[in-house]
Write a protein that binds this ligand. Structure first.
Ligand code: ADP
Ligand code: MG
Length: 254
C-alpha cells in the first residue's frame, strides 16, 4: 500500500501582476518529511510557503491537505480559494517567519496563548498550561512574562516556534528562521528545529544554511525560475547536484 501524502501540491502558479513567480510547482510531502528548500533570493521560496497556508492566494493549481482539497480552480481557471476555512488551514499548517512576527504588546506567554484562546477557544488556564509546556520545550519557561522587546533575536524566534507548536499543526513551515539573527544566536534556533525533526514532525524549511540542511533534511529542493529544478536526498542534491543552476548556487553558498 502506498502512503498518502500529508500535503499534495499540483500545478501551483502565482503571479504578482506580470511577475510570474511560481510556474507550476508539483510536490508530495509525506508524513515525517523534513524538506529543505534552497534557492537564490527572489526565486519565490517565501511566496511558495505563503501559498501553502493561503497568506497568498495561488493564481492556479491545487493543494490537498490529508486528502482534503484546500483550493480549486475557479470556473474561469484563474484563481483558487480555500474550501476549508482559512482558520482551520492555518491551525494545521504552522508558520515561522524570518522576522519573528511576535505581537509586541503581548508578553511571551500572551503570544503563545493568543491562538489557543482566539482560534481554539481554550479557557485561560488550559491555554496557559499548554503555552508553558511549549515554552519549556524551547527552553524559555522563565521568560513567560517578558515582552518581546526584552528578548534576544534567538529567544524571539524560539517564542515564535512555541506559538506555532501550541496549535499542534500537522505541518510546520519555516521561512529562513535564522536569517535575521546574529551569528552567535543561530545555533539555539537550529537546535530547536533539530529537536522537532527528531520528534518526527513534518516540516518545510527555507534556508541558506546549506550545512544545516544537509543534516536536517531527508529531502532537498532547489528552486529557480519558479519551478523545482532539482529534488532528492541531501547527498544527491548537495554533494552531487546534476542541475547546473544547483551547482552554481552551491558554489556561492559554501
Ligand atoms: P524568495 O523568498 O525566494 O527570496 P519571494 O517569494 O520573496 O522570493 O519573491 C519572489 C518574487 O515575487 C520577487 O520578484 C518579489 O518581488 C515578488 N513578490 C513577493 N511577494 C510579493 C507581493 N506581495 N507583491 C508583489 N510582488 C511580490
Ligand atoms: Mg524569502
Amino acid at each position: 500500500m502506498t502512503e498518502a501524502p500529508v500535503l499534495r501540491i499540483r500545478g501551483l502558479n502565482k503571479s504578482f501582476g506580470t511577475n510570474h513567480v511560481l510556474r507550476g510547482i508539483d510536490l508530495d510531502v509525506m508524513a515525517g518529511d523534513r524538506i529543505a528548500i534552497l534557492g537564490a533570493s527572489g526565486s519565490g521560496k517565501s511566496t511558495f510557503l505563503r501559498c501553502l497556508n493561503f497568506m497568498e492566494t495561488p493564481s492556479s493549481g491545487e493543494i490537498t491537505l490529508d486528502g482534503r482539497v484546500l483550493g480549486r480552480p475557479r470556473p474561469d481557471g484563474s484563481r483558487i480559494y480555500p474550501e476549508a476555512s482559512l482558520t482551520a488551514v492555518r491551525q494545521r499548517i504552522g508558520m515561522v517567519f524570518q522576522q519573528f512576527n511576535l505581537f509586541p504588546h503581548m508578553t511571551t506567554i500572551g503570544n503563545v496563548t493568543e491562538g489557543l484562546r482566539t482560534v481554539q477557544r481554550k479557557d485561560r488556564a488550559t491555554a496557559e498550561a499548554r503555552a508553558m509546556r511549549e515554552l519549556a520545550r524551547v527552553g524559555l519557561a522563565e521568560k513567560a512574562q517578558e515582552y518581546p522587546s526584552r528578548l534576544s533575536g534567538g529567544q524571539k524566534q524560539r517564542v515564535a516556534i512555541a506559538r506555532a507548536l501550541a496549535l499542534d499543526p500537522d505541518l510546520m513551515l519555516f521561512d529562513e528562521p535564522t536569517s535575521a539573527l546574529d551569528p552567535e544566536l543561530v545555533g539555539e534556533v537550529l537546535g530547536v528545529i533539530r529537536s522537532l525533526a527528531d520528534e518526527g514532525r513534518t516540516m518545510l524549511l527555507v534556508t541558506h544554511e546549506v550545512g544545516f540542511a544537509y543534516h536536517f533534511a531527508n529531502r532537498v529542493i532547489f528552486m529557480a525560475d519558479g519551478v523545482i529544478q532539482e529534488e532528492g536526498p541531501p547527498d544527491a542534491v548537495l554533494k552531487g547536484p546534476q542541475n547546473p543552476r544547483t551547482q552554481a548556487f552551491l558554489a556561492r553558498h559554501k
